[in-house]
Design a protein around this ligand. Structure first.
Ligand code: CIR
Length: 253
């Protein structure tokens, strides 16, 4: 069960963040209102939400998931792959200091973005991407192994992060984009592959008794309902324009 989430309001410079999405410029007011609905959804899942003020220095700072890993007994401050984002982790570390005695870190030249790190029960899958390099993944694996987790590295092409394309939603179920069919790693799971038009839904999160998915993924929504999941469907159109999905807007622990 998760008890807390850290989120950070999008800043007015949000539109200057990194993106390959080609979906237009985000509307700031709309982003703020979508963000506040997201926060309400986390509260509905039973979480106490720690809301950080917007930080104009970092256009991408609303995507807090990339800054850290939050486990039961330890947290890891990450060294993000994009240099424009380095520094976002400082305020997050200050918050985590109130919750954790044991905080580890990934050191340069190792880089890891939290979006590349997927936890599946006692196993961590780490995407090797443009943001997460082998050195960073190996530092991470050392920390996870010390804490008795299994680890696997997965090389990615044409995806920003591992969790852009795949999510674990508990009970042996995953949601994934079609190209993950070829991967050998997840054979033992029940995988719901997203329709071509609903690939954005592959980034979804299980938060306690709910699954949060993006609005507009009708087929995915029906598949999850038939598995008896309770869903919260959220409009994240403005975050999508900046390559952000549902998982990256919070750090849950
Ligand atoms: C970036 O490119 O870093 C941000 N514009 C989007 C980060 C999305 N993070 C995530 O999926 N974990």
């Amino acid at each position: 069960m998760f008890e807390y989430a850290i989120v950070r309001k999008p800043c007015r410079n949000f539109k200057y963040g990194l993106t390959d999405a080609d979906l237009g410029i985000p509307d700031y007011k709309k982003a703020l209102s979508q963000h506040s609905v997201y926060v309400q959804a986390l509260k509905r899942c039973g979480l106490q939400v720690i809301e950080l003020k917007a930080d104009e220095r970092y256009p991408d700072s609303t995507f807090v998931e990339d800054t850290a890993i939050t486990e039961k007994n330890f947290a890891i401050i990450l060294n993000m792959g994009a240099s424009s984002r380095r520094g976002e982790e400082n305020d997050i570390e200050n918050v985590l200091n109130d919750f954790y005695d044991n905080i580890e870190r990934i050191n340069h030249p190792g880089t890891v973005d939290g979006g590349d790190v997927m936890k599946v029960e006692n196993h961590y899958y780490i995407g090797i991407s443009k943001r997460t390099n082998l050195e960073g993944a190996d530092q991470l694996i050392k920390i996870f192994k010390k804490n008795n987790y299994l680890c696997s590295k997965i090389s990615l092409t044409n995806l920003l992060h591992l969790k852009t394309g795949i999510s674990y939603i508990g009970d042996n179920n995953m949601i994934a984009v079609d190209k993950f069919r070829k991967l050998p790693y997840f054979k033992r799971f029940n995988i719901i592959y997203t329709n071509e038009s609903e690939q954005y839904g592959a980034n979804s999160i299980r938060v306690n008794e709910y699954v949060l998915i993006p609005k507009g993924c009708k087929i995915l929504s029906n598949s999850l309902k038939s598995l008896r999941y309770k869903l919260l469907e959220l409009d994240l159109s403005e975050f999508r324009k900046m390559d952000g999905g549902i998982s990256c807007l919070s750090l849950r622990f």
